[in-house]
Ligand binder design. Structure first.
Ligand SMILES: [Zn+2]
Length: 192
C-alpha cells in the first residue's frame, strides 16, 4: 500500500524524488501545478488535484513547462494575496483546469473558500460548512459539469461535522492528516 503525499507548490527538486512510490495529491489548484503538468503527468502513480473552487481564475491558458524550471510563490503567499487582494493569478485558470481534465487529471474538492476555523455556535458552524460545500458543488456543476467524490480538508482540519456533512453531500473519499506533507517527508530527499 503506497503512502499518500500532499503537495502544494512544485519545485524543480521534486522531479528528482521517487514520486512514483507515493499516491500524489496536489492541493489548492496552484498555477505551478498546471505549469509542471507536462512533467507531473508522466509520473506513474495515482494523482488527484484538489481544487479550491473560488481560487480558480479566468482568461486564456498560460505558459507550461517546456524545459525552463521556474520559481513560484509559496502556497501561503498565494493564499494571503487572494485574501488581501482577491488575486487569483497564482492559481489555475478554468481554461487550464479543463485542459488538464481532458488530459486525464483526476479532480477532487478542497472547499470553496479554504476556511481554517469555523467560528461561533455549533449551529452557525454547520450552516457555514454547508454554505461552503454547496458553493463548491455549484461551482463544479456550473463550470465543469460534474461533481467529484474526493475531498481533501483545507489546512488538514478534519473537523468531525465537516466529515459527516461531506458524506451526506456524496463525498466518499476524504483526505486528512494521514497524508504526508512533502515538506515533512524526510526520506524523499535523502541527499538534500
Ligand atoms: Zn489547501
Amino acid at each position: 500500500m503506497k503512502e499518500t503525499l500532499a503537495i502544494h507548490e512544485i519545485r524543480k527538486e521534486f522531479f528528482n524524488a521517487p514520486l512514483e512510490n507515493y499516491i500524489l495529491t496536489f492541493d489548492d489548484g496552484l498555477y505551478s501545478q498546471y505549469y509542471y503538468w507536462p512533467l507531473i503527468k508522466k509520473i506513474k502513480s495515482n494523482k488527484t488535484f484538489f481544487i479550491t473552487t473560488n481560487f480558480i481564475g479566468n482568461g486564456p491558458k498560460r505558459e507550461q513547462f517546456s524545459g525552463k524550471y521556474r520559481e513560484f510563490p509559496s502556497c501561503y503567499d498565494a493564499l494571503q494575496s487572494w485574501k488581501d487582494k482577491g488575486n487569483r493569478e497564482n492559481y489555475m485558470r478554468l481554461s487550464e483546469l479543463k485542459e488538464m481534465i481532458n488530459d486525464g487529471a483526476v479532480i477532487g474538492g478542497h472547499s470553496h473558500n479554504h476556511i481554517k476555523f469555523y467560528e461561533g455556535s455549533l449551529v452557525k458552524k454547520i450552516d457555514d460548512i454547508c454554505d461552503d460545500i454547496e458553493a463548491m458543488i455549484d461551482w463544479f456543476k456550473t463550470y465543469l459539469n460534474f461533481v467529484p467524490d474526493e475531498y481533501a480538508y483545507p489546512h488538514y482540519e478534519d473537523f468531525i461535522f465537516l466529515k459527516i456533512l461531506l458524506k451526506d453531500y456524496g463525498f466518499n473519499k476524504l483526505y486528512g492528516r494521514e497524508r504526508i506533507e512533502i515538506e515533512k517527508e524526510e526520506n524523499i530527499f535523502p541527499f538534500l
